[in-house]
Each structure stands twice: as C-alpha cells, then as structure tokens.
Design a protein around this ligand. Structure first.
Ligand code: IPD
Ligand code: CA
Ligand code: CA
Length: 266
C-alpha cells in the first residue's frame, strides 16, 4: 500500500467517524429503544443507525471492501482487499444511560493469516469533538473541533506508583472475578484506577498520554482495531497482560495497553 492510499484510508476513516459521531450526538437527547442482545449486553436504535451511516459511507467510497462490525448486518460483504472493523458506539451502556463517555471506532485493516493489521484508524468522541487518528508508519494525531491536528504521544510515567490506570469490567462473571483480583493488586500499587466504560476511548487516552495503561480481559476486534494503531503510532505497546502479542479472536482477547514504560506482574 502506498502513502497516498494510506492517506485516503485515514481521511475516509476520519470523515466517516465525525459524521457518525454527529449522528450519535444528535440522537443522544432523544428517547432510546434499548434491547438486551446478550447477558449484560445492550444495543440501542442509535447503534444500528450509526453503523448504517458508517457502512453506507464506506461502501459508496470503496464498493469492493469488506466489513467486520459489532452489530449484525447480513447485507455487508465480509471479504475484500481491506476489511473495515467498526464499533459504531463504543460505550453503549454509558450511551443508553446518558453517561457522556462513548466514541465511534473505525479501522481499515489488511487481513492476515492470524488476524488483522490496522492500516488507518479513527476514534471520535462527539461529546468533546475529539478526533484521534493514525495511519501505519505515519504517526497519530488528536484534533479538537476545527483546530489543527496535534501529534499524540504516550505518557512518560515510568513507575507504577505514579501511574493512572484504567480498566473495564466484563459482562461475564468469571472475567469479573479475574479483574477483581487484578484491581485488588493494582489499587494498592498504582496512583489510582479508573473504569471509564468505553474501551476504545480509554485506549485512545493511553495514546494521548492521559492515562498510562489500560487493561481489559475480554475485548472484541471492534473494540481493539483502531485503538491498537493509535497506541502503536503514539509509541505505546499493545499486548496480552503477559506481554505477548495479542491473538485476534472474535470471542474475546485479553489486552494490556501501556505507555511501554511500566512493569506489571500480571
Ligand atoms: C464495551 C465497552 C466496555 C468494555 C466492554 C466492551 P460496547 O463495548 O468498550 O468499556 O468493557 O468489553 O464490550 O458494547 O459498549 O461497544
Ligand atoms: Ca465496544
Ligand atoms: Ca458498540
């Protein structure tokens, strides 16, 4: 893939994330239709509307590309030279309760034997008009409203006792038990621990140096794809809690996202 192609993928990811985020923001104050699609797993009418907004825009631009989306849509092709991995609203529980922490996450990826290689990515927080974006080998930026984009970099905090950590709970009882064990340890060894309720945005905040590390023991590809590129292009690391490369798995992945300067014994 040449530089112009990468730039085009990033631009489409950014424009689409911003339009989709505007739609999520418009729907924010209206009454929600909320369904339970799984155990402790909600979906709203806005998740579907925002996903359609994203996939329609990308299909118009790239009719031969494929999709991996959080919300089911039988109309979408699954294969193509590029796979767009999309979480229309990351933080649906927050969104459904009018907690203003959520984002749109979009990544254009190359398919590999063992998963995906994100090439261009955008995460948009419509409540703050913050657009995080990256392209492989080209760095990552944060643009707020109409101001010029600024490069993002992970924090320089290098001791766990000074580290502001973030994590999220999982829906499953077993995973919650594992996270509670981790929190029990980290709560005492770190400066503090936050649970934000939107994995993609929390990981974008690691990329921007606002949070020093983020842990989640059960993320899906659409939570991960865009944030992975943002964090790597901002100088951070994205591994399993044991420090191994993540193994892509649609059923769930254990992830430790860090500024790369902290030592954890997880
Ligand atoms: C969820 C959020 C949450 C994380 C879950 C995700 P959704 O995504 O990112 O913070 O803990 O693992 O599934 O359902 O709001 O898109
Ligand atoms: Ca998600
Ligand atoms: Ca979602």
């Amino acid at each position: 893939m040449n530089l112009d192609e990468l730039k085009e993928l990033r631009q489409v990811a950014c424009e689409t994330a911003v339009s989709a985020g505007k739609l999520a923001h418009e729907m924010w104050s209206q009454p929600r239709q909320i369904e339970q699609k799984g155990f402790r797993d909600l979906v709203t009418d806005a998740d579907f509307a925002v996903q359609h907004c994203i996939t329609d825009a990308i299909r118009t631009k790239f009719p031969d590309h494929g999709f991996l989306t959080e919300e089911e849509d039988s109309q979408l092709p699954e294969t193509g030279p590029i796979i767009w991995i999309i979480d229309p609203i990351d933080g649906t529980t927050n969104y459904s309760r009018n907690v203003p922490e959520f984002c749109v996450s979009i990544a254009a990826c190359a398919r590999q034997a063992d998963g995906y290689q994100p090439l261009a990515a955008a995460i948009y927080d419509p409540m703050r008009q913050e657009l995080f974006s990256a392209a492989k080998g080209q760095g990552a930026t944060l643009q707020t409203g109409d101001t010029p984009p600024r490069p993002t970099a992970v924090s320089s905090v290098n001791s766990t006792e000074n580290a502001v950590l973030a994590l999220d709970w999982s829906s499953s009882a077993d995973t919650r038990t594992s996270i509670l064990e981790l929190v029990g340890e980290l709560m005492h060894s770190s400066f503090t621990v936050r649970a934000i309720g939107t994995a993609a945005l929390a990981m974008a905040w690691v990329a921007a140096g606002r949070v020093d590390a983020y842990i989640n023991l059960r993320l899906r590809p659409w939570d991960v794809a865009a944030a992975l590129l943002l964090v790597q292009e901002s100088g951070g690391t994205f591994t399993t809690p044991a420090g191994e490369p993540i193994m892509w798995d649609v059923a769930g992945m254990s992830c430790l996202v860090s500024n790369g300067r902290l030592q954890f014994n997880l």
